[in-house]
Design a protein around this ligand. Structure first.
Ligand code: LLP
Length: 421
């Protein structure tokens, strides 16, 4: 094995020298592979299908350009994600606007820029959307977010469909849902297209998705009995990825097949008007393709721990602190050595909890070696924060021995530009 790790043919030492650390590095071939895997497998003779990349997982112009080139749509949840998708050249027809509390500014911005696909999250949003669209002669295509009240086995912070969830309208409020759909259907500038549900994130169990499909088809069949037709059903995202060796994610091929076969079976049982099935993968497209490269700084021994400090931490990856998320790592410049040293990998932020990996065995290292943490491609860069006024790392894409800068490293000038003197 080479001493120095290569990512898609590029030695990490070269990346660190050229772009500095910390650095978010994406294997572009892997991103393309994930997109194509969804494109090839999320197909069924009985339905039209659409794949929406959940851009919250990792959004920047370069990534959204790739999404466009791969023929996927994008879901956005804020004016920032929306502007990023537009800037990347995504056709407004391929942008879907999500969110439980879209502001007037965001709604008007979307409409002005030709975005007309909205997920309505609650009753007040529907009323607001009507007022906004009435000021124009445009139309909106609207789907309603339902909370299917299915508890998926994942961290409680990333469960989205428990009974008290802030997202969507509870499936138990059928009368409220019918009234809302009627008010959307009867509006001249609104086309009601169907329902949306999302049960959580980093979900490993196929059964949770099967239950979601069954629940939604039963619900749609109840609605359709009263004339509320739902031609589209969006099942959200949430498909788990591999972070550590304990993780056994469902392969994309298999989850696509399970979902669509269950839809087809439910269609036979319930005979609904559902024609189009949508999904919204985020993490499973961007997650495993991305890694973070750090430079190892100081280290120290305490009575119970051997600390290794890196030049980033909870500002570039908040997930270990927020969800006790687990990651795997290597000393990327000592790959030919045994992983024999038990360490605690901590960041440079002024917070005791700023630990990226609490305990793992790592290759022997010295100050100046590079450390790589794998599978940081989703919700790493996108959840970056400036705690301690740390500067946001650069993002690079690597492919077949070449690298290109996707997001420039934040400079001190960038950091200070909003501060009024
Ligand atoms: N669709 C909707 C409506 C969502 O709320 C989400 C994620 C997705 C799709 C994409 O889910 P994915 O395929 O990426 O699991 N920050 C957390 C994850 C929050 C996910 C929120 N919603 C984390 O770092 O684990």
């Amino acid at each position: 094995m080479d001493k120095v790790l290569k990512i898609s043919g590029v030695p990490v030492t070269q990346l660190a020298t050229q772009y500095g650390t910390p650095l978010y590095v994406y294997d572009e071939n892997k991103l393309v592979e994930q997109c194509q895997s969804y494109k090839q497998n999320f197909v069924h003779p009985g339905f039209t299908t659409e794949i929406l990349y959940a851009s919250k997982a990792f959004s920047c112009v370069g990534m959204l350009q790739l999404i466009k080139e791969q023929g996927l749509c994008a879901d956005v949840v804020s004016i920032g994600e929306l502007a990023t998708a537009l800037e990347a050249g995504l056709d407004p027809d391929r942008i879907y606007f999500h969110g439980n509390n879209k502001t007037l500014e965001e709604i008007n911005f979307a409409i002005e820029h030709g975005v007309y696909r909205f997920f309505v999250d609650n009753v007040q949003e529907a009323e607001t959307l009507k007022k906004c669209i009435e000021k124009t002669n445009k139309k909106l295509l609207v789907m309603l977010r339902i909370n299917p009240c299915i508890e998926a086995h994942t961290h409680e912070f990333i469960q989205t469909a428990n009974i008290d969830s802030k997202f969507g309208i509870s499936i138990y409020s059928i009368d409220e849902i019918k009234t809302l759909i009627r008010s959307l259907q009867t509006h001249e500038q609104i086309v009601f297209e169907g329902l949306h549900a999302h049960i959580g994130s980093q979900i490993f169990e196929k059964e949770a998705f099967v239950k979601e499909v069954q629940t939604m088809f039963s619900f749609i069949s109840d609605l359709e009995r009263d004339g509320f037709y739902c031609p589209k059903l969006d099942l959200g995202g949430g498909f788990a990825i591999h972070y550590t060796d304990q993780d056994r994610p469902i392969p994309i091929e298999s989850i696509c097949k399970t979902i669509l076969d269950t839809c087809a079976q439910e269609q036979i049982n319930k005979k609904t008007h559902v024609k189009t099935i949508l999904i919204e993968p985020g993490r499973s497209i961007a997650g495993e393709a991305g890694s973070t490269l750090y430079t190892i700084g100081f280290s120290k021994q305490t009575p119970h721990k051997h600390y290794l400090f890196v030049d980033g931490g909870m500002s570039d990856n908040i997930r270990p602190c927020l969800y006790q998320a687990q990651y795997d790592a290597d000393v990327a410049t000592q790959m030919d050595s045994e992983k024999s040293r038990k360490v605690c990998i901590a960041g440079k932020c002024c917070e005791s909890g700023d630990v990226l990996i609490p305990e793992m065995k790592l290759q022997p290292f010295s100050q100046g070696d590079l450390l790589i943490i794998y599978s940081t491609g989703a919700y790493g860069f996108s959840m970056f924060n400036n705690y301690n006024r740390n500067l946001r790392p650069a993002v690079v894409f690597v492919k077949d021995g070449k690298s290109r800068l996707i997001v420039r490293r934040e400079s001190l000038e960038d950091l200070l530009k909003g501060d009024i003197r």
